[in-house]
Design a protein around this ligand. Structure first.
Ligand code: G3I
Length: 307
């Protein structure tokens, strides 16, 4: 496993002292994950194309590896992502019948969430009540309308309720999140997300948290505090779920950390990867560790911010 030659300071230990949790998406940098992060999210291995590429045939090799690693290293796990219009097998996209699609969503979630509902016990003694599942990723357009996808086009808004109810049935104690991008300032999409969550949770709390991905560019963190405060108006937890900042200066990172610290509803930050070597945005060097797995100025700044 890749490791850093520079002494590290325990990023998650410091963040936990402030009542929050620092996560990373799972990658090859296991030694750094072990020392610096308290929780892991599968970057791809729990998605629909990885777990049910053929209808009714479930494959858990990649996600089992992550879950086993996390349990043996006492890390909290976020399941990501049960329903998303992207990385979706074509057999799902081709469904045109509402009853069939409902049953397909329910079967997928029962199997994937069900695979781990007993195995995530390691999360439960920890204070933040994690065992988190991201149920729906990227449901909204930037103008606040619901995105066209096979799910919305065939089932209307009810697909969200169908998915969250299926996840609750599969794992009664996991926190269930809805997750989206461009929720980086108090914009139209943020307001639409808050309205959507309030609408769906009106009769019964199905959604426990909102994830704002925060794939930012340099300077783009200035709206983060306002975004988190506005999202908190939905009355449930808020988490930064996929943070990376293209061309970040150290202060871009501390601005995001400070935004979470100043918002009591903000429970965690997840770095979307560990090292620039493995980032999906590698060319923009957006992470806290460089491609030689050494901590960057942004890492040092975050540590001193938390000290
Ligand atoms: O699995 C194949 C592999 O067999 C093949 O050899 C290789 C060659 O390119 O491709 C592999 O698949 C890639 C996969 O990552 C695993 O590396 C896909 O092409 C690539 O598209 C995929 O990218 C992922 C992306 O989601 C897909 O949309 C990124 O790693 C992942 O970081 C990114 O994460 C998403 C979040 O889940 C949701 N929010 C947005 C975020 C960024 O797109």
């Amino acid at each position: 496993a890749a490791t850093s030659s520079t002494a590290l300071s325990g990023l998650n230990t410091k963040f936990t002292a402030k009542g929050k949790l620092f996560w990373a998406s799972f990658s090859a940098n296991e030694a750094i994950l072990e020392s610096e992060f308290g929780a892991v999210t599968p970057e791809n291995s729990m998605k629909w194309d990885a777990t049910e590429s053929t209808q009714g045939t479930f494959t858990f090799s990649g996600s089992d590896y992550l879950v086993d690693w996390a349990i043996s290293n006492s890390k909290i796990i976020r399941g990501h992502t049960l329903v998303w219009h992207s990385q979706l097998p074509s057999w799902v996209s081709a469904i045109t019948d509402a009853a069939t699609l409902t049953s397909v969503i329910q079967t997928h979630i029962a199997n994937v969430a069900g695979q781990y509902s007993g195995k995530l016990y390691v999360c439960r003694p920890l204070p933040l009540r994690p065992c988190i599942l991201t149920i729906y990723s990227e449901v909204l357009n930037d103008n606040g309308t619901l995105r066209s996808s096979v799910f919305y086009d065939v089932l209307g808004e009810s697909f969200i309720t169908i998915a969250f109810k299926a996840a609750r049935a599969a794992d009664s104690t996991a926190k269930l999140y809805i997750n989206d991008y461009n929720l980086d300032s108090n914009n139209t999409k943020v307001q639409a997300m808050v309205a959507l969550v309030k609408r769906i949770n009106a009769d019964e709390q199905l959604i426990d948290g909102i994830g704002t991905q925060m794939h930012l560019s340099a300077g783009g963190s200035s709206g983060a505090a306002a975004a988190l405060a506005a999202l908190a108006e939905a009355g449930i937890d808020v988490a930064i779920t996929e943070l990376d900042i293209a061309g970040a200066s150290a202060s871009d990172y501390t601005t995001v950390v400070d935004a979470c610290l100043s918002t009591s509803a903000c429970v965690s930050i997840t770095s979307w990867g560990v090292s620039d070597a493995n980032s999906w945005r590698a060319s923009s060097t957006p992470l806290l560790f460089d491609s030689d797995y050494e901590p960057k100025a942004a890492y040092t700044a975050v540590i001193s911010d938390l000290s």
